[in-house]
Design a protein around this ligand. Structure first.
Ligand code: ATP
Ligand code: MG
Length: 425
């Protein structure tokens, strides 16, 4: 993509509303644009990042055998009355449709997916099943001051699973936990993300949150010393601030627990980037979802739900993987792998060498943003640093004459000169 044609203008000053680091960086870089607090447009490079994040989530959800569907955002009031949540969810957006009909904008989808499953499931032979969608959610959040971290309109992947036995749910739940850590690792958040024990509701002792450590986070978690193995990987674990108060729960989590041990846990601020929950039969009972077991007796499937926030993850990456110059995208989610910069675009030989490199990068299938504008060197470097593509390829008059390109690694800042046609990775 040529920078001169891109629907993008980087900005020096932005709305005073944007106090969070992620919103400042992403707005200045032309990734997103605020429409109102908690509501954003995604511009071309922002959409590329979001789409890549969602694709990673999709791949890992498909890899554990769940199937993608797409459910609507607009819901009738009746399905929310069936589960008793029309008045119980304080962030539910309610509106009036034609004929004065009461409607809601979906903040989550148990109310849609459970009746849907009832159409597919008759017998124990139809189970287990797991379906997910990646879709826009609406929540009337009181505070929406954290940029992409807390949207009123935001992206979520929500997966729902249906089982005949608790053991089957437990096995699937553990697979989702491992898949989530794989997702965070692929987007550069693996090392700073804890799996935390949170309260579980009526049907299970605990749920689990995935908490990325950063002072920008709204949550407080307590890290447990050492690591625990999940699907062969050593993972960091923690405890949510609500459950830290519960001695019985602590005894189940911490080995050889003695009262007072909780004071030894390390306290951090964190962003909740995912949440997995064993729902039991709460929704299958409310929505009348049943199957006939082997003896023909009707039973309610046991359910699990598993959420992850792609737009919140994009904000989290911006918070954590950035410096005073701008963003530093990990390879897998970067809008482009290479930001090609021609210095002195007014010099025909330099421009020709840069054009040729642009073409050869494209021929090699490498995603490249080509800054072909006639701007000062300082402006171009500042822009490239703000945008944060992993590699900058710099072609100046000297390099053009000698057939060399200077490659700068955005993360480490290291520079190396390489002959045209060779890549630094
Ligand atoms: P929180 O505790 O932060 O309000 P939640 O526990 O209500 O979130 P879930 O209902 O479990 O969140 O949603 C699943 C995932 O969706 C969360 O882990 C988070 O990544 C994302 N998410 C939730 N609310 C928002 C929001 N307002 N903006 C952006 N992402 C969100
Ligand atoms: Mg939460």
């Amino acid at each position: 993509m040529r920078r001169s044609q891109l629907f993008l203008k980087t900005r020096k000053d932005i709305s005073k509303d944007e106090i969070s680091r992620n919103a400042q960086l992403l707005t200045r870089g032309g990734y997103v644009n605020q429409v109102m607090a908690g509501v954003y447009s995604y511009l071309p490079i922002g959409l590329r990042v979001l789409t890549k994040i969602e694709q990673i989530v999709r791949e890992e959800m498909n890899a554990i055998g769940s199937q993608e569907i797409l459910m609507p955002a607009l819901h009738p009031r009746e399905i929310w009355e069936v589960t008793g949540r029309w008045n119980a969810i304080d962030v539910l957006f309610k509106l009036k449709g034609a004929g004065d009909r009461d409607l809601a904008l979906g903040p989550t989808h148990e109310e849609v997916v459970t009746p849907l499953a009832a159409q597919m499931v008759n017998s124990y032979r139809d189970l287990p099943q797991a379906v997910y969608h990646i879709q826009t959610k609406f929540r009337n959040e009181a505070r929406a001051k954290s940029g992409l971290l807390r949207g009123r309109e935001f992206r979520m992947k929500d997966l729902y699973s249906f089982h005949t036995t608790q053991e089957d749910l437990d096995t699937f739940y553990d697979r989702v936990m491992a898949a989530y850590m794989k997702i965070y690792r692929r987007m550069g958040l693996g090392e700073s993300t804890l799996i935390t024990f949170a309260s579980g509701g009526t049907f299970s002792k605990y749920s689990h949150e995935f908490q990325t450590l950063t002072d920008a986070g709204e949550d407080v978690v307590y890290e447990i010393a050492g690591t625990r193995t999940v699907a062969g990987m050593a993972e960091r674990f923690g405890i949510n601030s609500e459950i830290i108060e519960d001695q019985e729960a602590l005894a189940g989590i911490l080995p050889n627990y003695q009262p007072g041990d909780e004071a030894k846990l390390v306290k951090h601020k964190a962003i909740e980037v995912g949440n997995i929950f064993k729902l039991g039969t709460r929704f299958s009972t409310a929505c009348g979802l049943t199957y006939a077991d082997a003896s023909g007796k009707p039973q309610h499937p046991i359910m699990g739900c598993y959420g992850i926030g792609p737009s919140r993850m994009m904000g989290t990456i911006a918070e954590i993987l950035s410096d005073d110059k701008g963003l530093i995208w990990p390879e897998e989610v970067a809008p482009y792998k290479v930001n090609l910069i021609s210095l002195k675009a007014s010099d025909p030989a330099t421009q020709q060498a840069a054009d040729a490199l642009y073409e050869s990068l494209q021929r090699a299938g490498i995603e490249v943003l080509y800054d072909d504008r006639d701007l000062s060197t300082g402006e171009k470097f500042a822009d490239a640093d703000l945008l944060g593509c992993p590699w900058q390829a710099v072609v100046g008059p000297k390099g053009a004459a000698n057939g060399v390109v200077e490659w700068v690694n955005r993360k480490s800042g290291t520079k190396q000169e390489l002959p045209v046609g060779t890549w630094p990775w």
